[in-house]
Structure formats: structure tokens, C-alpha cells
Design a protein around this ligand. Structure first.
Ligand SMILES: Cc1cc2nc3c(=O)[nH]c(=O)nc-3n(C[C@H](O)[C@H](O)[C@H](O)COP(=O)(O)OP(=O)(O)OC[C@H]3O[C@@H](n4cnc5c(N)ncnc54)[C@H](O)[C@@H]3O)c2cc1C
Length: 512
């Protein structure tokens, strides 16, 4: 991992007093602040104090003007009375879930539903999750979670360049994180889950149980420990160098005078770069490592705008992304009046899986479940939660009395069976190709990708395709690609392909 880059990210985050590095990566990699909309109006182009002279002499709007509108961080808590864990009783719970994000709460809810005792540990158990999650509507529909979307769009658009726009007839939605977390907490409470507000700093394993040491001095004993600490990767162990790509994005939920987008469609990717024409420096940087706009228009004057670097190694600096965003918004004539929330997003993508199997069980960010080519994970994690929960329940309740390492190995095997590991290997191959593409190459890639049969591109984005179907996906993508794109895929994809084949051959089923 590029130390300088990580330091920059941590420094930026710490300025907001939000991010404390713990365990593997960081406690949270998003910062989202929220407050009432301010009425003051800002015309970016008119703020002389924030105009800077670029290398080529042209005047560039600094991102400082935009950032001035970012409100003070306000953490919003849900109004729940949580039944708290009583350490004085010395109870050994069946399952301790470390981390109360979507992954952890989903498993806590489902294991407790089966009558097992569960303790959920998180430093802020009532805090509304900070990230602005987007999902394909069919993914949430399949899990009967449509009531947890607060806005849906009938489709999405992709701007490849100024001439080519793709209309994707696949509905997209924004997760109502308050509703989703409330629903999960409600079920946890009625199933008897106990909560402990603290950070776990250490785990000690005995033969049939584990001891979790928290930063408040409390020790919690559990038969099974689930690490759901997201990208902190707090307890789960890795034995290979951690070398992921990084998706980095800066997003604002803003009140604007107007915007040019259709409110019925979300903007999945806007790869246009005409906003950078007058700035050689930014344009050249964007040509090498491109960023795109992701936008969710809620109304004609309220919109979520996120400038995103799909994947880069090391990740792009947030400041770079903010500069590109300011230039884009000005070019699109989007005048930001007020910012309701902002989000700094750093998602590690790809890289090795944790040691398989190991005593601590994992799910979500901690267990390598981010889609290595897209950075998406929420839908996949929520769909995997029943697999983890059912395995824990069935092995703990089995007459044979499976526990300790044996039980964890069985759960890991169900979470990462060989088909899923092969699928992930293919997605990592996709990431390795994307890492090598500049702006023209990226445009050619997505031009071909979104021309595929919906079965293929839907399946790829939603982790529904497995080998050997992924091979047909690859061949189909190749046949849709332009001659130039084919030559590029062959030139830049050969090494990653060889790496993928090597990894596939080496990967053997692990013993449980
Ligand atoms: C800004 C941002 C936007 C994203 N947007 C999307 C999106 O639109 N769609 C999508 O599919 N995916 C998205 N992702 C990716 C992924 O879905 C999210 O990161 C998701 O929140 C991961 O869920 P999780 O439960 O694994 O971890 P988290 O949501 O990160 O939850 C981890 C929890 O563990 C707690 N914790 C950490 N350390 C400890 C400890 N030592 N002891 C106890 N508790 C601890 C944290 O406080 C936190 O509550 C986004 C990620 C980010 C960062």
C-alpha cells in the first residue's frame, strides 16, 4: 500500500475528527456529514478568492470554494433503547458479532432469530450508517427489501463521451439506510440480541470459546466470533501482502439551482471530459487515470453528485478528485447552493482473500466480499448473510457438537466455496485490466460492456455469473469490442489472464 497516499487520506479524514486508524486499515473510510441545508448561495465561478492559476496559465476554480459549503459533521443516532450486554454475568454467548454495519447486523438478526444468544459489539451501535448506498432494484427485490429503498429510478444512463450515451433499462435505487438499520435493529431487539458499545481490540481463543477484549476493559466470551468490521479488518488474519486497488470518490448531496439530468434516470457513469479542455494539467491526469461522475437526481434542484475513480493503485488523492468535480460541475452549469452531506469514499478492491479457513469468521468488507471490478458490496453481503447465519446455527445446534476451529472452517467453506473463489478471481482479472486502461481505453471497454446482453452485464455486476459462464461473458465482451479494443485487451489483459489462470490452478478446496 502506498504509505504517502494512505497518510494523505487519513490526514484529510482526521481533520474532520472522524477517522481513527485501527487494526488493519481504518475504522471507517467514509466521512459523511449532515445538517440542515444552509440558505447561502455560492456561485463557484464567482468566488475570486478560490480561483487558482493552473500550470498552463488558465484560471481554475479550487475545490476550497465547494468545501466551504460542507456543513459541520453531525452524527445522527437512531432512537432505540438497546438492551445492553451485562458483563457481570460472565455469560458465554453463542455468537459475538464485532461491527454493526450492514454485514454484522444482518447476521446478528438471523442467528438470533433461530434462538441462539448473540452479542453485537460496535463503538456507535445507534449511529445511522454514514455511506450513501446505491443498488440495482432487482437485487433488493430478490431479498424482499424494497421497503428499504427511499428513491428508485426507472433506469440508468452511461455517457461514454459527448457523442455516445447508453440507456440502461435496469432500475436503480438508493438505500434508505435509516430504514434498513432500524428494521435490522428492531428484529435484533425482539430476538433478544444484546449490545455492547465499545471497540474490540483483541481476541484470545480457547478450545471451545473465544474471549473478546474491548477497549473499555470488558471481556466478552463467545463460542463463535464474527468479524464484521468492514475495511478495518480488525480480527481476521491475512497471510499474503495486502495489495488491493482503491476506488476513491468524493460525493455531495447538494441543493443546486438546476442540473441538466433527467430525474427519472440515475447517472451510473459519465465519462465525458469536455469540462477539462481548458486545463492541460487536469486533462492529462484524467486521461491517464480517469474519473467519472455518478449522480442520483432526486428532483430538479436536489442531487447526489459523486466524482469517482473506479480503481487505481495507489488510489487517487481526494483533492485531485475534488478539483475534477468542481471543473465538471461548472461546465455542466450546476451551481451548488448548499451541501447537505458529503462523503469521502475509499474502497479497497481485490487483493488477497483472508486466510482460509481461520478461527474468526468474517463477512462483508473484512472477508474480501467487495466486488473487485466495481467496489459494490451491500447487496452481495446481505445475500450472503443467511449463508453465514444458517451455517453457524446448524453447526452449533448439531448433535455432533462442532465448535472451535472445526466450526469456523465449515462456515468459511460455505461463505467462500470454490465457485465463489473462482468467480472472485475472474473479477480480480477484470480489475487488473481496468487498472491498465486510460480514458480512451476505459471508454472503449464500457462501450462494449453495456452492449452485452443484459443477462451478462447484469450478472457480472451483481455477482450472478460463475465459471464457465464467465468465460462466455469474456468471449462475448471480446466479440462486441472494436478492433482497437480487442488489440488493447490482448496487449493489456494477457499478463492478468496468465496470473488468473495460475491462481485458479493453485486454488484447491481447503479442509474443514
Ligand atoms: C463511502 C462509501 C460508499 C459506498 N457505497 C456503496 C454503494 O453505493 N453500494 C455498495 O454496494 N457498496 C458501497 N460501498 C461498499 C460497502 O458496501 C460498504 O463499505 C459497506 O458499508 C460495508 O459493510 P460492512 O458491514 O462490511 O462494514 P461497515 O459498514 O464499514 O461497518 C463496520 C462496522 O464495524 C465497526 N467497527 C470497526 N472496527 C471495530 C472494532 N474494532 N470493534 C467493534 N466495531 C468495530 C464500525 O464502527 C462499523 O460500524 C461503499 C463504501 C463506502 C466507504
Amino acid at each position: 500500500m502506498d504509505r504517502k497516499w494512505v497518510d494523505t487520506v487519513l490526514k484529510t479524514h482526521n481533520q474532520h475528527g472522524f477517522l481513527r486508524p485501527v487494526c488493519g486499515f481504518s475504522e471507517t473510510v467514509s466521512i459523511l456529514s449532515s445538517s440542515k441545508l444552509r440558505n447561502q448561495e455560492l456561485r463557484l465561478s464567482e468566488r475570486k478568492g478560490h480561483l487558482r492559476r493552473a500550470k498552463n496559465g488558465c484560471v481554475r476554480a479550487g475545490s476550497a470554494a465547494l468545501l466551504e459549503l460542507v456543513p459541520e459533521t453531525k452524527k445522527e443516532n437512531l432512537e432505540f433503547e438497546l438492551p445492553m450486554y451485562d458483563p457481570s454475568k460472565g455469560l458465554v454467548v453463542d455468537l459475538a458479532v464485532v461491527g454493526g454495519g450492514p454485514a454484522g447486523l444482518a447476521v446478528a438478526q438471523q442467528v438470533s432469530e433461530a434462538g441462539l444468544t448473540v452479542c453485537s459489539i460496535d463503538p456507535s451501535p445507534k449511529l445511522i450508517w454514514p455511506n450513501n448506498y446505491g443498488v440495482w432494484v432487482d437485487e433488493f427485490e430478490a431479498m424482499d427489501l424494497l421497503d428499504c429503498l427511499d428513491t428508485t429510478w426507472s433506469g440508468a444512463v452511461v455517457f461514454i463521451n459527448d457523442q455516445t450515451k447508453k440507456d440502461l433499462g435496469r432500475p436503480y435505487g438508493r438505500v434508505n439506510r435509516k430504514q434498513l438499520k432500524s428494521k435490522m435493529l428492531q428484529k435484533c431487539i425482539s430476538n433478544g440480541v444484546k449490545f455492547h458499545q465499545a471497540k474490540v481490540i483483541k481476541v484470545i481463543h480457547e478450545e471451545a470459546k473465544s474471549l473478546l477484549i474491548c477497549n473499555d476493559g470488558v471481556t466478552i466470551q463467545a463460542t463463535v466470533v464474527l468479524d464484521a468490521t468492514g475495511f478495518s479488518r480488525c480480527l481476521v488474519q491475512y497471510d499474503k501482502p495486502y495489495n488491493p486497488g482503491y476506488q476513491v470518490a468524493y460525493g455531495i448531496l447538494a441543493e443546486v439551482e438546476e442540473h441538466p439530468f433527467d430525474v427519472d434516470k440515475m447517472v451510473f457513469m459519465d465519462w465525458r471530459d469536455s469540462h477539462l479542455k481548458g486545463d492541460m494539467d487536469l486533462s492529462e491526469r484524467n486521461s491517464r487515470i480517469p474519473t467519472f461522475l455518478y449522480a442520483m437526481p432526486f428532483s430538479s434542484n436536489r442531487i447526489f453528485l459523486e466524482e469517482t475513480s473506479l480503481v487505481a493503485r495507489p488510489g487517487l488523492a481526494i483533492e485531485d478528485i475534488q478539483q475534477r468535480m468542481v471543473a465538471r460541475l461548472r461546465h455542466l452549469g450546476i451551481k451548488v447552493k448548499a451541501i447537505e452531506e458529503d462523503e469521502r469514499c475509499v474502497i479497497p478492491m481485490g487483493g488477497p482473500l483472508p486466510v482460509l479457513p481461520q478461527r474468526v469468521v468474517g463477512i462483508g468488507g473484512t472477508a474480501g466480499m467487495v466486488h473487485p471490478s466495481t467496489g459494490y458490496m451491500v447487496a452481495r453481503t446481505l445475500a450472503a448473510a443467511p449463508i453465514v447465519a444458517n451455517s453457524i446455527v446448524s453447526y452449533l445446534s448439531s448433535d455432533g457438537g462442532v465448535s472451535g476451529n472445526e466450526l469456523s472452517a465449515k462456515v468459511w467453506k460455505n461463505l467462500w466455496p470454490i465457485e465463489r473463489r473462482r468467480q472472485r478471481e475472474f473479477f480480480c482479472f477484470g480489475m487488473d485490466v481496468l487498472l491498465k486502461l486510460d480514458l480512451p481505453g476505459t471508454r472503449r471497454f464500457f462501450n462494449a460492456f453495456f452492449d452485452l446482453e443484459p443477462h451478462y452485464w447484469h450478472g457480472f455486476l451483481s455477482s450472478r455469473l460463475f465459471l464457465p459462464e464467465l468465460i462466455f461473458f469474456g468471449l462475448s465482451l471480446f466479440s462486441h469490442a472494436s478492433n482497437m479494443s480487442r488489440a488493447e485487451i490482448m496487449a493489456k489483459g494477457t499478463l492478468p489472464l496468465v496470473k488468473m489462470i495460475g491462481n485458479l490452478i493453485r486454488d484447491r478446496e481447503f479442509d474443514d
